[in-house]
Design a protein around this ligand. Structure first.
Ligand code: PLP
Length: 409
C-alpha cells in the first residue's frame, strides 16, 4: 500500500484521534527508520521514549523470536517463568519490593491510584472515613483513561470528559507553600513526575520533591513517582528519583520496558503493595510471557552495553550542542533536561520546525506548542548528535533568513 492509500483508508475506517505526519514507515534499524520510498530518518523521538535500544535490536529480536516459538500468552490464572524474574530485576534496580504488570503507562497509573485508595483503607477501622484525596501537580501528564486523566494537571485534556474520578486536587508545580497547604489528613497519595515529559521536560525541584516525601510520610500517604517517560535509564540513571536521593513508595514505569511491546509496571514498597489482595486488581494481558521475556532482555542489554554512563555522556554532549544553537538564535529561550530527555524551549511555535526537520530526515517532536522534545535511543553516538544538530541548524538558519526577509518564504 502507498502512503496515499493508507491515508485514505485510515480517514475512512479509523476513529479520528490522531493527527499523523505524512510518512509511512516500513522498517527500522538501530537509530534509523525507513519509509515506503526508502528514505532514511534519524530517529530522535524513539516512538516517544519507547525505542530506547533503537529499532530491531538483536537482543530483543532474539528474545522475541525464541519466546514466540514457545508461548505467547497464558493469562494471569497460571504461572510462567518470566513475570517473577522481571519483578525481581525491577525491584533490585528500584529498591522497591514488589511489582504488578500492566499493558501501558496509563494502566500503571490507574493501578497506582487504586493501590493508594486501598492502602488508605488499611488502617481505617469500620465506620472511620478513610483518606481518599489524591494530590497531583499542575502541568502534569499521566495518561488518557479516566483515573489517569483526572490526575493530569492540564485542563485541555480533562475538560471534555468531565466528570472524571472525584477526589483529585492539584498543587502548583514546584510551589512548596501550595503543597504544604494542601497535604492534610484527607490525602492518600501525592503523585508527580520527577521530570514532567509531555508538560515540556520540566524537572521537579529538589525542595518540592523532598517536601512531598516528608509530608506524605508524616500523613502516612503514598508518594507515587510517575517514571513512565523519565524512568528506566532515560536520564542516565535507572530512575530519575535516584538523582534526587528520594525513595518513593510507588513508582510507575512503561514506555521502554519491553522495547515496543506493550508493558508497564507498578513498583511498590512492601507495606503499600500488600494493600492489594487476590481479587483487588487484575488484567488479562499484563505481564504475559512474550513482553516479560523481551523486557528482561532490554534490562540486561542496558547493563551489558553499559548504556547508563553512555546516556549521561552522549546526553551531556547533545545538550552542549543544543546550547550552541541557543546562543545563536534569540528565539531559543532555554535548553533543559537530563541524559537523553532533553528539550529546547522556543519563543515561537515549534510545529513548523518539526515538519521541516522531518523533511530533512530527522524525527523529533514538539510539546506545549513551543517546546522541542528529544527522546532519542540510548544507543546514539556523538556522530548522530552532530547530524541531528546540523539538520536543526540548517532549519533554524532558513527560518531566521525567512523571518528577516519574508518574501523569500
Ligand atoms: N505518564 C507519563 C509521564 C507519560 O509520559 C505517559 C505517556 O506519554 C503516560 C503516563 C501514559 O502512558 P501510555 O501512553 O502508555 O498510556
Amino acid at each position: 500500500m502507498t502512503l496515499a492509500q493508507v491515508r485514505r483508508a485510515e480517514a475512512q475506517f479509523l476513529v479520528p484521534t490522531y493527527d499523523r505526519s505524512p510518512v509511512l514507515f516500513e522498517r527500522g534499524r538501530r537509530c534509523y527508520l525507513y519509509d515506503s520510498t526508502g528514505k532514511r530518518y534519524l530517529d530522535f523521538l524513539g516512538g516517544i521514549a519507547v525505542n530506547a535500544l533503537g529499532h530491531s535490536h538483536p537482543a530483543l529480536r532474539r528474545a522475541l523470536t525464541e519466546q514466540s516459538r514457545r508461548l505467547f500468552h497464558v493469562s494471569n490464572l497460571f504461572y510462567h517463568p518470566y513475570q517473577a524474574a522481571l519483578a525481581r530485576r525491577l525491584t533490585r534496580l528500584s529498591g522497591l519490593d514488589r511489582a504488578f504488570f500492566t499493558n501501558s503507562g496509563t494502566e500503571a497509573i490507574e493501578g497506582a491510584l487504586k493501590l493508594a485508595r486501598a492502602y488508605a483503607r488499611l488502617g481505617s477501622p469500620n465506620g472511620h472515613r478513610p483518606r481518599w484525596r489524591i494530590l497531583a501537580v499542575e502541568n502534569s501528564f499521566h495518561g488518557r483513561t479516566c483515573g489517569a486523566l483526572a490526575a493530569t494537571g492540564q485542563a485541555k485534556y480533562r475538560a471534555p470528559f468531565e466528570p472524571l474520578l472525584p477526589g483529585v486536587r492539584f498543587v502548583r508545580f514546584n510551589d512548596v507553600a501550595d503543597l504544604e497547604r494542601k497535604v492534610d489528613s484527607s490525602v492518600c497519595a501525592v503523585l508527580l513526575e520527577p521530570i514532567q515529559g509531555e508538560g515540556g521536560i520540566c524537572p521537579v525541584t529538589p525542595a518540592f520533591f523532598a517536601r512531598a516525601r516528608a509530608l506524605t510520610r508524616r500523613h502516612n500517604a503514598l508518594l507515587i513517582a510517575d517514571e513512565i517517560q523519565c524512568g528506566l535509564g532515560r536520564t542516565g540513571r535507572w530512575f530519575a528519583y535516584q538523582g534526587y536521593g528520594i525513595e518513593p513508595d510507588v513508582v510507575t514505569v512503561a514506555k521502554p520496558l519491553a522495547g515496543g511491546l506493550p508493558l508497564g509496571a507498578i513498583l511498590a514498597r512492601e507495606r503499600a503493595a500488600l494493600a492489594f489482595q487476590p481479587g483487588s486488581h487484575g488484567t488479562t494481558f499484563g505481564g504475559g510471557p512474550l513482553a516479560c521475556r523481551v523486557a528482561l532482555a532490554f534490562l540486561e542489554t542496558v547493563e551489558r552495553e553499559r548504556l547508563l554512563p553512555h546516556v549521561r555522556r552522549v546526553g551531556a554532549y547533545f545538550r552542549e550542542r543544543l546550547e550552541e544553537l541557543r546562543e545563536k538564535y534569540a528565539w531559543v529561550k532555554e535548553v533543559r533536561g537530563q541524559g537523553l530527555m532533553l528539550a529546547m524551549e522556543l519563543t515561537r511555535p515549534g510545529k513548523d520546525i518539526v515538519r521541516r526537520a522531518l523533511e530533512r530526515g530527522l524525527i523529533l517532536n514538539c510539546t506545549h506548542d513551543t517546546v522541542l522534545r528529544f527522546l532519542p535511543p540510548y544507543i546514539i553516538e556523538p556522530r548522530h548528535v552532530d547530524t541531528a544538530v546540523a539538520i536543526l541548524a540548517d532549519v533554524f538558519a532558513r527560518m531566521d533568513a525567512e523571518q528577516r526577509s519574508p518574501e523569500k518564504k
